[in-house]
Design a protein around this ligand. Structure first.
Ligand SMILES: Cc1cc2nc3c(=O)[nH]c(=O)nc-3n(C[C@H](O)[C@H](O)[C@H](O)COP(=O)(O)O)c2cc1C
Ligand code: SF4
Length: 450
């Protein structure tokens, strides 16, 4: 493998990196100009497909393949939604790209729209990102003035409007069909699929939804080529027919109990240990690690003994986690109570469940009530099995909900209790010496401050 050279973060930290002048001075928009002259949209899609690029927003779906699901020769408009809602806990890579290098994202977006023949792109940005919003809006204005957006871009037949749209400040707005509903002015309730957005999406038109980092990668695939992209990462696992490989650079968000939290670029497949030691300066205050979430809280938990886990699309699944998710690693040191961790996680998901599906709405709030009770010193050992029963029965994977939020709520419960059961049992026995073995019903709701 060639020596790794960061590309996604190459301009971050440089003077005026968010301006059009600085971006063009570093070779920005040369790829767009060349592609518009030399390639047809279908050829661009083929290149992205051949690169093996997989979506960086959480699900890891192959990007080029997703684009081919759009109807051929569709007579009406095709829409592109850029998913910049970024609300998975621990995740901030999109923010850094949008604040410090908004034109890199926009060049990738314009190229992606060209490939998919989209004529309008909705740039759906997380509400709580005011600087990214301001810089992106300014960058879009500058592109119109420079003839890089609008009608017949650079004299080509390709025209594109980009419509910035500020998000509705809820986690569920990042789920692609929740995002579309929100964009249409409604409550962000995810839609039942099929139809998938590629067939019927925003305003009932064929729509592609991609993440900010995904389109930034598109720009580099088209600039540097498929071989460059595939020179990094992990090839498909021959024992897993569903693994499409994990190629290219990836932005890893590292936070929690490390000396140097931050957003780091590395080839897909770096291990948790290497990320913490080589980039994060080790676990903070000379302490030991206890666990880490591998890719946003919804992916579950790795124990410190599992830190050799490679952070590619296939890696965390081999250690009982849901997947790579957003590759946001949060490190928990030896002083963290796993009961507190799970209580925090349960509060988040109970609050963010949109409420459409009974297993998710009731399951997440029931789990929170039990964890409230455990924290109030009234937990029973039986509660741990009840929590696992909830976790095993909510989500798309058991087939009981519309969207993946419930799977995201389930995985921290499954991993925390199965991997740290002794600590949960010890906490329950210590804090509820008279009632921990109780098997009869006890009051479900104990109100403690939260
Ligand atoms: C509850 C939930 C929240 C999500 N939040 C985001 C998000 O904030 N940003 C994002 O890109 N994808 C998010 N996703 C994934 C999107 O539904 C979708 O898969 C993604 O935007 C597709 O883009 P990609 O293929 O480029 O990754 C979320 C999914 C779920 C189930
Ligand atoms: S799984 Fe939860 S968040 Fe997703 S649609 Fe159902 S109730 Fe809403």
């Amino acid at each position: 493998m060639a020596e790794f050279e960061p590309v996604l973060l190459a301009q971050v930290g440089k003077r005026d990196s968010h301006t059009l002048a600085a971006y063009e001075a570093s070779g920005g928009y040369e790829t767009l100009r060349r592609v518009l002259k030399e390639k047809k949209p279908a050829e661009v899609t083929e290149i992205v497909k051949a690169s093996g690029l997989r979506g960086r927003g959480g699900a890891g779906f192959p990007t080029g393949l997703k684009w081919t699901f759009l109807p051929k020769d569709h007579p009406g408009p095709i829409y592109f939604c850029l998913n910049a809602d970024e609300s998975e806990p621990g995740t901030f890579n999109n923010r850094i790209l949008m604040e410090d290098d908004p034109h890199q994202v926009l060049e990738g977006l314009i190229l992606s729209c060209y490939a998919t023949r989209a004529t309008t792109a909705f740039y759906y940005m997380r509400y709580e990102y005011p600087l990214a919003w301001e810089r992106t809006c300014r960058a879009i204005e500058d592109l119109y003035k420079a003839g890089l957006l609008g009608k017949n871009i650079q004299g080509s037949e390709f025209s594109l409007e980009i419509v910035p749209h500020r998000g509705a400040a809820a986690y569920i707005c990042g789920e692609e069909t929740g995002l579309i509903e929100s964009l249409e002015g409604k409550r962000a309730w995810p839609r039942i699929k099929p139809p998938f957005p590629a067939v019927e999406g925003a305003f009932r038109k064929p729509t592609v939804v991609n993440n900010v980092e995904t389109v930034a990668c598109v720009r580099h695939v088209l600039q540097r080529g498929v071989d460059w992209f595939k020179s990094m990462g992990i090839p498909p696992d021959p024992s897993n027919a569903r693994d499409a490989g994990s190629y290219g650079p990836k932005l890893y968000c590292l936070s929690g109990h490390v000396e140097k939290p931050g957003c780091y670029e590395a080839p897909l497949g770096i291990t948790v240990t290497d990320l913490i030691e080589k980039y994060g300066g080790g676990v903070w205050r000379g302490r030991k690690a206890k666990a880490a979430i591998p890719g946003g809280i919804s992916m579950g938990l790795l124990t410190a003994a599992e830190f050799h886990c490679p952070l590619d699309f296939n890696g965390p699944g081999k250690f009982g986690c849901l997947g790579l998710g957003t590759a946001a690693v949060v490190v928990l040191d030896e002083t963290v109570s796993m009961v507190d961790f799970l209580h925090n996680s349960a509060r988040f998901f109970a609050h963010e469940s949109c409420g459409q599906c009974t297993p998710c709405r009731e399951g997440t709030s029931w789990a929170l009530k039990m964890l409230n009770r455990i924290k109030a010193g009234q937990g029973r050992l039986k509660d741990l099995d009840l929590l696992l029963e909830i976790a095993d029965n909510i989500g798309i994977i058991p087939g009981t909900t519309i969207c993946g939020l419930a799977d995201g709520a389930a995985w921290p419960m499954k991993n925390a209790i199965r991997k740290f059961r002794g600590e949960f049992e010890e906490t329950i026995k210590r804090s509820n010496p008279k009632g921990w073995a109780e098997t009869n019903a006890v009051p479900a709701l104990v109100t403690i401050g939260h």
